[in-house]
Ligand binder design. Structure first.
Ligand code: HEM
Length: 148
């Protein structure tokens, strides 16, 4: 692993932005830089998507959204040429709370995404039914019981 890092170069985002053409195309995925120029024609997803994400600066999200197979992921190493200097993964800021801010926005979103929705769903379902039952009971009482 250490060998790999030593042999690969460090690039800045502006270095990468100079390689967005059909003849010279780099993409950034999880902070790693891949020279996909020779892969453009063979990419099963087409060359246009690669050119598009190359120009966008970071292909991580698009790459993940596709849900590439493990064989696709293992192919990537043959196109790896280096990594982005000082790359900060968007979701890893939990580990790098340098300023020590009071608000942890990530934990809030994580809780919402990972927290079990079951108790809320149950209440959302039962509460309207309970209110409806109460309304029917009140109507029945006022119409038939109270009048007699
Ligand atoms: C070095 C980087 C990449 C490699 C080696 C690679 C490889 C592959 C391979 C082997 C497939 C066939 C399906 C599979 O096995 O998952 C595929 C499909 C695809 N890839 Fe990539 N890919 C790379 C980067 C990207 C990026 C950055 C995007 C961005 C949008 C992308 C978009 C797609 C799409 C849209 C498909 C078609 C999926 C389908 O039709 O089901 N790929 N890729």
């Amino acid at each position: 692993m250490a060998e790999e890092t030593e042999t690969k170069q460090l690039f800045s985002p502006s270095d990468v932005s100079l390689h967005t053409s059909r003849k010279d195309c780099w993409v950034v995925i999880h902070g790693k830089v891949y020279d996909v120029t020779k892969f453009l024609e063979d990419h099963p997803g087409g060359e246009d998507v690669l050119l598009h994400v190359s120009a966008s600066g970071d292909a991580t999200e698009a790459f993940e959204d596709v849900g590439h197979s493990t064989s696709a992921i293992s192919m990537m190493s043959s196109y790896l040429i280096g990594s982005i200097e000082g790359y900060m993964p968007p979701k890893a800021s939990e580990h790098t709370t340098v300023g020590g801010s009071d608000e942890p926005p990530n934990s809030r979103t994580t809780q919402r995404n990972k927290g079990s929705p079951a108790p809320n769903t149950f209440l959302d379902f039962v509460l309207p039914l309970f209110m409806l039952g109460l309304a029917i009971a009140a109507w029945y009482y006022l119409t038939f019981v109270a009048k007699s």
